[in-house]
Design a protein around this ligand. Structure first.
Ligand SMILES: Cc1cc2nc3c(=O)[nH]c(=O)nc-3n(C[C@H](O)[C@H](O)[C@H](O)COP(=O)(O)OP(=O)(O)OC[C@H]3O[C@@H](n4cnc5c(N)ncnc54)[C@H](O)[C@@H]3O)c2cc1C
Length: 405
């Protein structure tokens, strides 16, 4: 397998690099948060890319992309590098919602929304998880009932990232409780400012609010906002979830090189941290994992370049990456000794990045599938072990015992 650029790929890389160098925003590092300034800067960069044909480049041209190959997509994100962080607010819309609309939406929905998602004009959120159904997504209870040409939605979602600044969202609902849980679901999309939608931000320990509770009280939407057939919501949600694991597990850096360089300059009691035997052992371990991750990600790219959807590689990658980033950041904070408690960007080693990685890694290990669920997938689909026990799989949903019945 040859991972060097072909002449065409090298040409594409040179074009991308030149455009980024000529157009990159300055002073963006302090504004990548999801506050008003950060979002404005993200939108400006996204629109600039879109106007020049560099946004969502692997999407078809008719929906705002440029029909680029999967490898060109990888080259673009390598060249965009750290600037890619500015795309954080668009990950759910571009990484999960738009692919779902393109696969299951009406032509009108695709024409109306997908280019606006590409240009950053519309921010979307994903309304899947509920208080009683995260990993067991098919156990959800938010109802949608048909009344004439409209659907009426009632229920609650939770952990909805970005719902407080999203314009639209895709929402999975139960439309038939009398059939087994995977068969009675239907997917829709809706304007987040529809009457009856209440968004309540959840305050995090850091003081930020990245996700929300979302309540639906008699929210009415037209049938034209359905994605896929009635009762086919599970299949539609699998499109979203497969894209989610790719978006969450595929592109993150391992940060190994950066950590390695820093162990040479961070001073412990007996000299630079790299001279400490226990740090050296950890570095060797992280190097092995980083190399394994690179190869797994290369396998994902090879699958993409052959036109295949990546399979369990995306689960392996997300599982190892989340644990690894948490573990590395924690050690890097430890070896700074008392300086490790300083998280203020302008005072902390490496601009406080290790604190950010350390705290964010906890979320990484839950969002898009928890470690345990990923291990189940790897056990079943890679190792061929017996499946998880699913006693409620074939029962009508309204006959599944709950705390209430
Ligand atoms: C940063 C972040 C952003 C998120 N953003 C969104 C969003 O935008 N939209 C959205 O819809 N959701 C979002 N979520 C929610 C996320 O998808 C769920 O938290 C996740 O699916 C886990 O569900 P749960 O929290 O209900 O935990 P549970 O499913 O209750 O799991 C609790 C624990 O039990 C384990 N467990 C459960 N079932 C099994 C099993 N069969 N075998 C072994 N162990 C099991 C789990 O692994 C976990 O450790 C986000 C979460 C985070 C952390």
């Amino acid at each position: 397998m040859d991972f060097n650029d072909t002449p065409q790929e090298a040409d594409f890389r040179a074009q991308a690099r030149a455009w980024i160098a000529a157009n990159r925003p300055t002073d963006w590092q302090n504004k990548t948060g999801r506050d008003v300034d950060g979002i404005a800067m993200s939108k400006a960069w996204q629109k600039k890319k879109y106007d020049a044909g560099w946004a969502c480049i692997h999407w078809p041209q008719e929906y705002g992309g440029r029909g680029a190959t999967p490898i060109e997509r990888v080259i673009w994100s390598q060249e965009e590098g750290e600037l890619g962080q500015l795309g954080g607010v668009f990950i759910i819309g571009q990484g999960m919602c738009a692919p779902t609309i393109m696969a299951h939406g009406s032509e009108a929905a695709k024409q109306r929304h997908v280019p606006k998602i590409a240009s950053g004009e519309e921010i979307w959120c994903q309304l899947f998880s509920e208080p009683g159904s995260g990993s067991d997504l098919a156990g959800l209870r938010t109802r949608a009932e048909k009344q004439g040409d409209e659907w009426v939605i009632n229920g609650q979602k939770i952990w909805t990232s970005g719902a407080h600044y999203a314009d639209f969202g895709i929402v999975i609902t139960r439309t038939d409780p009398t059939v087994p849980k995977h068969k009675g679901l239907t997917m829709f999309y809706l304007d987040m400012r529809s009457p009856g939608v209440t968004v309540k931000p959840i305050k995090q320990v850091s003081g930020r609010s990245d996700f929300n509770e979302v309540y639906f009280a008699d929210v009415r939407i037209p049938d034209s906002q359905r994605l896929g057939a009635v009762g086919d919501g599970w299949k539609v949600s699998l499109t979203t979830l497969m894209n989610e694991r790719l978006a969450v597990g595929g592109g993150f850096p391992t940060n190994f090189e950066e950590m390695f360089e820093l162990t040479k300059v961070i001073e412990g009691e007996d000299g630079p941290a790299i001279e400490d035997q226990s740090v050296r052992e950890k570095l060797a371990d992280w190097y092995i994992r980083a190399a394994g991750l690179r190869n797994t990600q290369n396998r994902m790219m090879s699958a993409l370049s052959r036109g295949q959807a990546p399979g369990p590689e995306a689960s392996i990658s997300k599982l190892v990456l989340g644990i690894n980033r948490q573990n590395m950041a924690s050690t890097m904070l430890d070896i700074q000794d008392t300086y490790g408690v300083i998280s203020q960007k302008d005072l902390a080693v490496n601009g406080g990045q290790f604190h950010e990685i350390f705290f964010r890694a906890v979320a990484h290990r839950i969002e898009g599938g928890t470690d345990e669920i990923l291990r189940n997938i790897i056990a079943e689909r890679v190792l061929g072990l017996p499946g998880d026990i699913r006693v409620d799989k074939d029962l009508p949903f309204n006959n599944i015992p709950t705390g209430a019945n």
